[in-house]
Structures are given as structure tokens and as C-alpha cells.
Design a protein around this ligand. Structure first.
Ligand code: DAH
Length: 344
């Protein structure tokens, strides 16, 4: 009798067991497969006389549902067992280190420079990166035919009929002019910022880099003040034992002008590859602001005097962190940047 077979099967499936996926699959095929028991029973069911169909149909459907549920519960039991047999998390294990990302070395050095000069009463001034000829060259006493104005050095944005061409600033000295134009002395500013020059990119040169310009204008400012200010800066930046040396030089906007070297941060002055065996490293240009520059910016050179200096941030960071290739500052290679990262 079909009905008895179904009842018997209903009992039988209660005790079904499977401990592997393969065993479970075998059960599924045996009962629910195309040629499986359920399809077979349904085929037999079709042959039944109509009056029996109602009762038998009910238990046959019950059997079908039960086997589906049974297989599902076996599958869940198996998954749970698997989960339990996994090795337990070691709760005494120290937590993973949290990576904080890093501050770019140029940002760090820029901040250090600002901090040192702020102790001397300097405040930060800024000017536009897209400038005009007046603020980058003319007001800074560059003669009309000066080679720095040349296409080879300067990125021009727009040529103007009045010759006051629009260009990307080639140095932050332009901020001197902008500050003096709207401020009367005493003036004590540093101007950090990006500058642009039309240079072929190499380990030692880039078309984008950063400078910090310094300017101090007041009554009776002397070259001795300049020297003492720079000495203070260098000792703060590179350590108390660092020495400086000023060499006469030329810039259109300062008179007299000098370039400043520091005793080599690597060998301490004995001579090494970094300082090319001279014991000295050049780090900035400086001088007394030329009276023509004061005049052009609206400050009376008979009353006031002052000094200015300008340094490259990349250069200082290279010396501090022993970076040998300037391009690394701009490539955003995380292997480079990670060296400046901290963890907690
Ligand atoms: N502007 C110069 C440069 O880009 C650096 C410089 C030299 C700035 C002497 C100054 C200075 O203020 O007095 O190379």
C-alpha cells in the first residue's frame, strides 16, 4: 500500500544522518533527485483511484516537506559544527597596529621653519602662485633683459601689452613686495609656498618646488641682525653644534647679497660625499633689501632698512632626512611616504 510506504518513509527520515557534504548530497539525490523516492511516489500517486488521492496526497506532501526540512537542518548542523571546530580567536593577542598615515616630509619641514621663526616674532604671509611680472621681477629690481625672465626659466600664462605679463611665480620673493605694498614697517614675515620653474625634471631639479622667504624691515636693521637671525634658525633646525658661513653673492633685490652654507650635517665638517669634501652645504640666499626694492614697494629707504632671505624646503628636507632624489617628494610612492608614518 502506497500510504504505508509513505508512513514508513516518514519515520525513516527522522533518523537520517550525514557527517559530510557528500553524504548529504547522496541523501538529497536519493529522496529529491529526478529518479528519487519522492518523484517515484508521486508517479505511483497518480495511478491511485480518485477517492484515495486526498488522504494520500496530504501525507505525500508532508513527506516531501519533511525531507526538505531534514536536509536543510542537516546542512545547518554541519555548518555549525564546522564553525565550532575552527580554531578560536586568541583573546590575549595584542591588537593589530593602527596605521595613521603620514605627514609629508615637506609639510613637516615647512612647519618646523614656521615654528622657529615664529619664536622670533615672524608671522606667515602668503601670495598668489599665479603672479605678474611686477611682483616677481620688476619690483625686485630685475633689469628688463634679465635671464631669469626668459622662457627657459619662467612659465608664462599670458603676455600683456603693458609688459606686465602673467606668469607662475619662480620664487616666493614676490610675497615681499606684496607685503610691503600694503604694510608699513616694522615688518617681520616668512612666506612659505610653491614655486615653478621650467626645468627638466631630475634627481636634483624639479619644475615645482617649495621655498620659504623671510623679510625683516624696520629702522636700523643691519647685516649683523641678518647673520644672528640665520644662525639662530640653523641651530634650531639642524642642532646647536651647526656652524654657518656667509659667502658674497649677487641677487638683484639685495645689496650686499650672500649665500649661506652650514657645516655638513652628515660629516660635521670633516668632508664627505654629501658636502663634496668641502665640509659645507649651501642652504639659502640672503642679503640687505636693495633700496630700489623698498622704493618700488612704497617704503622710504632713507628711513627704513631690512634684510631678506630665501630657502628651498626640499633642500632642507633632503639634508634632514637624507633623501637623495628630489622626485620622491612628488611621486606619492607609499613606500617612501611610509618611512615618515607613525603607528599607535
Ligand atoms: N629668490 C631667490 C631664489 O629663488 C632666493 C633668495 C635669495 C631670496 C636672496 C631672498 C634673498 O630673499 O635675499 O633663488
Amino acid at each position: 500500500m502506497l500510504q504505508d510506504t509513505i508512513k514508513q518513509k516518514l519515520e525513516e527520515i527522522k533518523i537520517l544522518k550525514a557527517s559530510t557534504k557528500e553524504e548529504l548530497e547522496k541523501i538529497r539525490i536519493e529522496y529529491l533527485g529526478k529518479k528519487g523516492l519522492i518523484n517515484d511516489l508521486f508517479a505511483q500517486f497518480k495511478e491511485l483511484p480518485n477517492e484515495q488521492k486526498k488522504d494520500v496526497g496530504a501525507i505525500l506532501n508532508e513527506l516531501k516537506n519533511s525531507i526538505q526540512q531534514k536536509i536543510e537542518s542537516l546542512r545547518e548542523a554541519m555548518a555549525q559544527k564546522q564553525e565550532e571546530s575552527k580554531p578560536k580567536e586568541d583573546l590575549t593577542k595584542p591588537a593589530d597596529l593602527l596605521s595613521l598615515g603620514s605627514i609629508h616630509p615637506l609639510t613637516t619641514v615647512r612647519k618646523e621653519i614656521i615654528d622657529i621663526f615664529s619664536h622670533l616674532g615672524y608671522t606667515v604671509a602668503e601670495g598668489p602662485e599665479i603672479e605678474d611680472d611686477w611682483h616677481v621681477f620688476s619690483a625686485l629690481n630685475f633689469p628688463p633683459e634679465h635671464p631669469a625672465r626668459d622662457m627657459q626659466d619662467t612659465f608664462f600664462v599670458e603676455n600683456r601689452e603693458d609688459q606686465n605679463n602673467i606668469l607662475l611665480r619662480t620664487h616666493t620673493s614676490s610675497v615681499q613686495v606684496r607685503t610691503m605694498e600694503h604694510t608699513q614697517p616694522p615688518i617681520r614675515i616668512i612666506a612659505p609656498g610653491r614655486v615653478f620653474r621650467n626645468e627638466a625634471i631630475s634627481a636634483r631639479a624639479h619644475c615645482i618646488f617649495h621655498q620659504v622667504e623671510g623679510l625683516y624691515i624696520d629702522k636700523g636693521v643691519s647685516f649683523a641682525d641678518l647673520k644672528q637671525t640665520l644662525l639662530y634658525f640653523v641651530k634650531e633646525m639642524f642642532g646647536a653644534g651647526t656652524q654657518i658661513r656667509l659667502r658674497p653673492s649677487y641677487f638683484p633685490f639685495t645689496e650686499p647679497s650672500a649665500e649661506m652654507d652650514i657645516s655638513c650635517t652628515i660629516c660635521g665638517g670633516k668632508g664627505c660625499n654629501i658636502c663634496k669634501h668641502t665640509g659645507w652645504l649651501e642652504i639659502l640666499g640672503c642679503g640687505m633689501v636693495d633700496p630700489n626694492v623698498l622704493k618700488a614697494s612704497g617704503i622710504d629707504p632713507d628711513v627704513y632698512s631690512g634684510f631678506a632671505f630665501g630657502m628651498g624646503v626640499e633642500r632642507i628636507a633632503m639634508l634632514k632626512y637624507d633623501v637623495k632624489d628630489l622626485r620622491q617628494y612628488f611621486e606619492n610612492d607609499v613606500r617612501f611616504l611610509n618611512q615618515f608614518a607613525s603607528t599607535i
